[in-house]
Design a protein around this ligand. Structure first.
Ligand SMILES: C[S@@+](CC[C@H](N)C(=O)[O-])C[C@H]1O[C@@H](n2cnc3c(N)ncnc32)[C@H](O)[C@@H]1O
Length: 263
């Protein structure tokens, strides 16, 4: 059955008109996660049950918010079982528990772009690796990739994902990437956190004399402040920016590619 037909069937079963059902949801492995902010408590169970049965899943999580520096989801199990799932994307296995760690399906294009861009002799440092959304796919394309992660739950899945994908070139680093011990080693540094700007000096110190930094940030639409700041930094030779995804009605998730040549 097509997704459209499934939504139709859920609408019929729950009695909620199609255009009132949540539009944004993510199916991650055998689980589904979405906000139910527009629905009263008493309706949530039947909505959740209908999504789980019609999409043939195991669990429904209500996403309340994503909290703090570690981007931990507050996700409540509404129907089904709370368990680890395996999400498969282009042959890569991502094992995770949606109630413990986030999975950014919306960053798919960015992952593909990086895969096309890297060269097989590169050393890469992913300063905010999560469960390995960038590091695991990249590991088969580069010489070596260091994946830093501070959250024990995310680190746990990063290690599992390294094992199940046989990512031999991936070297995990558990802890704050501000204390990553190597300097001047990387051809490319990935800074996939909205607070990346605070860590830019550390990113620069990890990079070789020339290289690329991919710096992610949340940017108000039309606001050029971050771009202007980056363009004027001493070792930045060029900045290219692109929208990763729309984050809210007024904000975009952006990535800035900084071409670095240290003086
Ligand atoms: C927004 S997630 C992004 C994960 C992945 N890069 C992606 O795009 O899907 C950011 C990750 O960085 C981790 N993190 C936050 N601060 C960190 C730090 N100082 N050092 C290492 N990891 C950190 C969080 O625990 C979280 O897993």
């Amino acid at each position: 059955m097509q997704k459209r037909d499934i939504i139709e069937a859920i609408s019929e079963e729950t009695g909620i008109p199609k255009d009132r059902l949540p539009r944004r949801f993510e199916i991650i492995g055998k689980s589904i996660i979405m906000s139910l902010i527009d629905f009263p408590e008493y309706m949530k169970y039947s909505i959740a049950k209908s999504y789980v049965t019609k999409f043939k899943l195991w669990s429904f999580y209500e996403l309340v918010e994503i909290k703090g520096q570690m981007r931990v989801p507050e996700a409540k199990l509404i129907y089904g079982i709370n368990t680890d799932v395996t999400h498969i994307e282009n042959g890569i296995l991502f094992r995770l528990n949606p109630s413990k760690v986030m999975f950014s399906k919306g960053n798919k294009y960015e992952r593909h772009r990086l895969l096309d861009e890297v060269k097989n002799d590169e050393i890469v440092v992913d300063m905010f690796a999560g469960i390995g959304y960038y590091s695991i796919p990249l590991s088969s394309r580069v010489k070596k990739i260091y994946a830093c992660e501070i959250n024990p739950d995310s680190y746990h899945f990063l290690i599992i994902n390294k094992m199940i994908n046989k990512s031999e070139t991936l070297i995990p680093y558990f802890g704050d990437s501000s204390f990553f011990p190597l300097e001047g080693v990387a051809d490319r540094v990935i800074m996939g956190h909205f607070d990346s700007l605070i860590y830019l000096n550390k990113g620069l110190s990890i990079l070789k004399n020339t290289g690329i930094i991919h710096l992610h940030a949340l940017v108000k639409r039309g606001d050029e402040t971050i771009n202007n700041y980056l363009v004027n930094l001493r070792s930045v030779r060029g900045v290219k920016s692109r929208i990763v995804k729309s984050y809210s009605p007024s904000t975009n998730h952006m990535v800035f590619d900084l071409h670095i040549e240290k003086e």
